[in-house]
Design a protein around this ligand. Structure first.
Ligand code: F6R
Ligand code: ZN
Length: 191
């Protein structure tokens, strides 16, 4: 449920985002997900463990934020940076989540790289929408979302969503997405 009763008054501000690198120098929150954080998400657990051992548990993806109050009326925004690579045949992806306040949407503007936004609903719908520089993806309310990097450079996006949205990771960890994005014979396939 949305709580509409508290919206903290703050002063306007601006900050810089490097549109080439996604760097947000004023970011105070830096979330890092490493390969070991992705256990239970990929088809090939052995390939994930090999990567963890071989490359000293490398960074999988990062989120940079300069937070605002997590309240109805405010807008949260961040840079999401998903590194390139594969676990077996499967392209690197983010964990993916529903918003805790499920009737909240999100906008992703892709700044760099290429891939897909994989989205699903509780009713069994699933869509994969192409992401590339300059492409905006609208994630409607009720749709879980996961970025997938099918390129060879980081997939960098600027995201904006209602600040009270919150994240529900548990359902995706349990159920996954109905579709996966893999490379077969040098071709990107959505299976
Ligand atoms: C926020 C949002 C993004 C993701 C980020 C990391 O609602 O969708 O900022 O949080 O791309 O992905 P997850 O949250 O799936 O680990
Ligand atoms: Zn989200």
């Amino acid at each position: 449920m949305m709580t509409k009763n508290i919206t903290t008054f703050i002063n306007p501000f601006s900050l810089g985002i490097d549109l080439e690198t996604g760097n947000m120098p004023q970011a105070t929150n830096h979330l890092v997900r490493r390969a070991s954080d992705m256990k239970g998400y990929y088809m090939n657990e052995d390939a994930l463990q090999e990567l963890i051992n071989r490359d000293a548990n490398p960074i999988h993806y990062e989120v940079f934020e300069f937070p605002v109050p997590e309240e109805y009326g405010h807008l949260m925004y961040c840079i999401s940076k998903l590194h390139p690579g594969k676990i077996g045949e499967e392209y690197f992806f983010t964990k993916g989540h529903y918003h805790k306040v499920e009737q909240t949407a999100e906008i992703y503007l892709c700044l760099k790289g290429e891939g897909y936004m994989l989205m699903k609903t509780n009713e069994g719908k699933c869509e994969a929408v192409r992401m590339e520089r300059g492409q905006m993806v609208y994630v409607p309310p009720y749709w879980a979302h996961r970025s997938v990097n099918t390129g060879v450079i980081p997939l960098i996006s600027f995201c904006v969503y209602p600040a009270e949205a919150g994240h529900n990771y548990g359902d995706i960890l349990e159920q996954g997405f109905p579709r996966r994005i893999v490379e077969i014979e040098n071709t990107v396939r959505i299976i």
